[in-house]
Design a protein around this ligand. Structure first.
Ligand code: NAD
Ligand code: UD1
Length: 338
């Protein structure tokens, strides 16, 4: 299949591109490099030994996306092209709604114009909101989100579901990611956040490599075993494998299906720091600080549906996640900026 990866130069898109190519599919990447680098595309080609077609374009630009679909006979779209920083979304809500909703509408319009019937969407566990009990399961209703980023995911899921209801030929797969970390085992591609990282693992690895002095652990008074928050961390390569299964599933089915992509096992912030130290051999200085607004004490996935329906399970361990995150960070201390 020929898969168009909107936002395919980013963290999850680049790993998915490698796994799709290795599984024998072809990819076309469309990215405006607002949060990534063309260097990632070169490295995908280097890892796989396959040429990678990439377009620098804004996925909100209807003419550009239409032209790309005209030039390439696309079987499936994966929509990664979103802004994703929670704190920034609170400060710049209009930018987040504009980018995330508009890219989705543009892709759907162009797919309709060019007869592309399958779309896989990067959603998030954040759509379970604050009300649902954990582990989260796909049959739960979406909850209320604590920030504009989360609401864009909520709305995009709704838009895609409505589009599939109106068009019986359309296949929509909503993938709700838990907490992706790790990198390709080669250390050639990985997560390269701009500025100060918001997420835990990039922060931990930047402390280890000497770019930051210490980690602040946000809260140690939660009702969890060690008082720090617990999350369902998943290796980005397992997540990428989930996309290969999702693309193949979309081609065989119609309508909307939702899948959690997680491991089903939570780890605390302190457990992550300890696992990272164990696997890197580098100490990570940390201090306890106040809770971060909007954080939930803990949540994790019920990942049964993906196993039963897609035949997918996360197989990589926490040690592999930490080893691979460190391997990427130490080989690329400044990310792709090297
Ligand atoms: P990322 O920022 O590394 O990748 C997103 C890519 O989309 C970037 O390459 C960026 O340049 C591109 N992009 C953004 N807007 C664009 C536009 N208008 N036109 C063209 N390209 C555009 O992020 P990621 O971690 O790879 O996440 C991919 C998707 O998964 C996002 O939608 C994100 O919200 C979602 N997601 C990520 C996580 C996570 O923890 N990383 C968790 C849940 C959901
Ligand atoms: C966050 C977002 C979520 C988004 C996800 C992936 C919030 C409230 N949620 O999830 O919407 O889908 O990222 O992009 O921001 N931590 C520290 N110190 C740090 C950084 C993080 O202690 O410097 C802790 C957090 O409190 C949390 C855990 O580490 O308990 C994981 O944090 P993070 O990587 O930001 O992911 P989430 O908060 O789960």
């Amino acid at each position: 299949m020929l898969v168009l990866l909107a936002g395919g130069a980013g963290y999850i898109g680049s790993h998915t591109a490698v796994q799709l190519l290795d599984a024998g599919h072809d990819v076309v990447i469309v990215d405006n490099y607002s949060n990534s680098s063309p260097e990632a595309v070169k490295r995908i080609a280097e890892i796989t030994g396959r040429p990678v077609r990439a377009y620098e374009a804004d996925v909100k630009d209807r003419d550009a996306v239409s032209r790309i679909m005209q030039e390439n006979s696309i079987d499936c779209v994966i929509h990664f092209a979103g802004l994703k920083a929670v704190g920034e979304s609170v400060r710049k809500p209009i930018e987040y709604y504009r980018n995330n909703i508009d890219t989705t509408l543009t892709l759907l319009e162009c797919m309709n114009e060019h007869g592309v019937r399958n779309i896989v969407f990067s959603s998030s566990a954040t759509v379970y909101g604050e009300e649902n009990p954990y582990p989260y399961i796909e049959t739960m209703r979406r909850g209320s989100c604590s920030n504009p980023y989360g609401w864009t995911k909520y709305m995009m899921e709704q838009i895609l579901e409505d589009a599939a209801k109106a068009d019986p030929e359309l296949s929509v797969v909503l993938l709700r990611y838990f907490n992706p970390i790790g990198a390709h085992a080669s250390g050639r591609i990985g997560e390269d956040p701009q500025g100060i990282p918001n997420n835990l693992m990039p922060y931990v690895s930047q402390v280890a490599v000497g770019r930051r002095d210490h980690l602040t652990v946000f809260g140690n008074d939660y009702p969890t075993p060690d008082g720090t928050c617990r999350r369902d961390y998943i290796h980005v390569m397992d997540l990428a494998d989930g996309h290969v299964k999702a693309v193949e599933f979309a081609a065989r089915n119609k309508g909307t299906e939702v899948f959690n992509l997680g491991t089903g096992t939570p780890y605390s912030v302190v457990e992550i720091v300890e696992a990272f130290e164990r696997n890197s051999g580098v100490p990570v200085k940390y201090e306890f600080g106040p809770r971060r607004d909007g954080d939930l004490a803990e949540f994790w996935a019920n990942a049964d549906k993906a196993r039963e329906v897609l035949g997918w399970t996360a197989s990589r361990t926490l040690d592999e996640m930490c080893r691979d995150s460190w391997n990427w960070q130490k080989q690329n201390p400044e990310g792709y900026g090297n």
